[in-house]
Design a protein around this ligand. Sequence first.
Ligand SMILES: [Zn+2]
Ligand SMILES: [Zn+2]
Length: 343
Amino acid sequence: MRALMFEGPGRLHWQEIPDARLQDDRDVLVRPLAVARCDLDPAIALGLYPMPAPFVMGHEMVGEVVACGYRAGWQPGDRVIVPFQISCGACAMCRRGCSNACEAVPPGSAFGLGPHGGIDFGGALTDLVRVPWADHLLLPLPPGLDPVLGCGIPDNIADGYRCVAGPLRQWPGAPVLVIGGLAPSVGLYAVCAALALGAARVVYVDIDAARVSLAHAMGAEAHLVPLADIGDFTTGERFAITVDAHVLDGGRTLALKSTAPCGICTSVSGGATASAALPLRDMYLKGITYEVGRVHARALAPEVLELVVSGVLDPSRVAPRIVSFDEAADAMLAPDPKIVFVP
Ligand SMILES: [Zn+2]
Ligand SMILES: [Zn+2]
């Protein structure tokens, strides 16, 4: 089968690799129908987020089941949403909803992000993907839900959602500040989710004019700020809920200084370097909760899916550009906030 292989910074090529095959009676084989470009993918492709090569790229996917182990609980022809992090559903961490830290696999195990702890689960930009623990891991794609929208639900859509959903439960109706940037679709999904979940207002700050326009069209008050100025920018107000989807230091600075006393700031990345300075004294004096960590893809997916199906949350507002698999290598670095690859 063919697969889009990451071979190092700036080097993406389609290659022939051995066919995926069932290895356990709870496995299924899935044929990808739609694969969203994750916000992390361009950073990997460029080498900005160093990852050991080679591996097959792509990890946000909807697919069709083509073969099943006898205990997998699916049938050929079923359409499924595939959460990107591998989780077993049975270990202590999975049972408490920490599906990004499943104890049955090495830390970081996921599709399309390279071999972690020696295990390579393959990627989605290919013809067939083996899904372990499929009876637990997969979700049925609801009838009528376009695979192009469904594929991002457990990853970037859920990531934007969780930045505001929990905080809005603590601060119902509070205005929300989102700093966009290197997690371009996550920031916009956070805008979308905040407005859907009843935030009084959403203020959006970004360095990219197209994303600022999109956030404005979605209903946010949007500010375009040059990259060099973002850390010094101020909206003139403080927010109980802030989201840092900017990733670089300036965005985190803006998010934290804009967070109101006893507010919650959620960061969707660990920053661009291995360690970053935090204004801990100011955060202590204001009593800020700083939330940082990877999304729990499998645990959160049903909640997000239900909101999408019921029409409360409409991720199509972040209109993805649809690109064929054949064009995926070039489109991986395109400036669009969201791209979905189809075979
Ligand atoms: Zn991702
Ligand atoms: Zn587990």
